[in-house]
Design a protein around this ligand. Structure first.
Ligand SMILES: [Cu+2]
Length: 257
């Protein structure tokens, strides 16, 4: 907040009751598309990155995941995680694993939550397929897309902007394979920790309706202004209401961090 926005807050507070129904209306009428930027998980020596999108209609979800520069010729389990803090683990989530600080899947649970859907290439997509290593992408760079039925829990968490996409499988010591540098996985001791540790991660957030890819939220602002026009008179009420809407959205965004 700067000295310019501070005096406007008083005006925004007056406009808030006008803007609130408009913002709520915009959310219920849209917001069925979600996106995440997948960034390297802290501590895990990952250079890769990616993106994910979810288009949700009822409990039908069309999910796309693009991953780049992960370990090649190795399976990458990928999931929608839910009911955590809706974020990716930070460096302080790391623990010692065979003498090395790294973030295992379990270490990240408070941040991203438990597995809601397994983004397999075929067959079952329940948490039971979390480590179905023969049904996940197995190249370092890939584009995955599949339409699946998610549970009501998963759909609700996506709509609440509290779902996180996680792609697993790291090469901590950069030797070109999953080995036991971090010891065995706590999820399945037959697998190396490297095979199940989170590699890239991103929180899914709603894309503004009609502003796909711009992140501008223009449609929501227009909606808010139109509603306020009917209610407010004089002194640029519409602009103030739009500003209040912006502040609400920013505060929500800030609260998510
Ligand atoms: Cu996962």
């Amino acid at each position: 907040m700067n000295k310019f926005t501070l005096p406007l807050l008083g005006i925004a507070a007056i406009a808030l009751p006008l803007a609130l129904p408009a913002v709520a209306g915009a959310q219920s009428s849209g917001g069925s598309n979600y996106q995440a930027n997948l960034n390297p998980v802290a501590d895990n020596m990952v250079d890769g990155s990616g993106t994910a999108t979810v288009s949700l209609s009822g409990n039908q979800a069309t999910i796309s995941v693009t991953a780049n520069r992960l370990l090649d010729s190795a399976p990458h389990a990928q999931h929608i995680h839910i009911k955590g803090s809706g974020e990716c683990p930070k460096a302080d989530a790391g623990h010692m694993h065979n003498g090395h600080v790294a973030i295992s899947t379990t270490d990240g649970l408070p941040a991203y939550g438990k597995i809601g859907s397994s983004l397999t290439t075929k067959g079952d997509t329940s948490p039971g397929s979390a480590l179905a290593v023969d049904r996940f992408p197995s190249t370092g760079s890939y584009h995955y897309t599949r339409t699946i039925t998610v549970t009501p829990d998963v759909a609700q968490q996506i709509r609440a902007n509290n779902a996180v996409v996680v792609v697993h499988g790291i090469d901590y010591n950069h030797n070109g394979k999953y080995d036991n540098v971090l010891g065995p996985s706590e999820l399945d001791p037959k697998l190396p920790q490297e095979a199940t540790a989170p590699a890239i991660c991103g929180a899914l957030n709603a894309m503004p309706t009609g502003a796909a890819g711009t992140g501008d939220g223009a449609t929501q602002h227009t909606h808010g202004a139109n509603t306020a026009d009917l209610l407010a008179t004089g002194l640029g009420g519409a602009a103030v209401a739009a500003l209040a809407g912006t502040l609400i959205l920013r505060r929500r965004a800030a609260a998510k961090r």
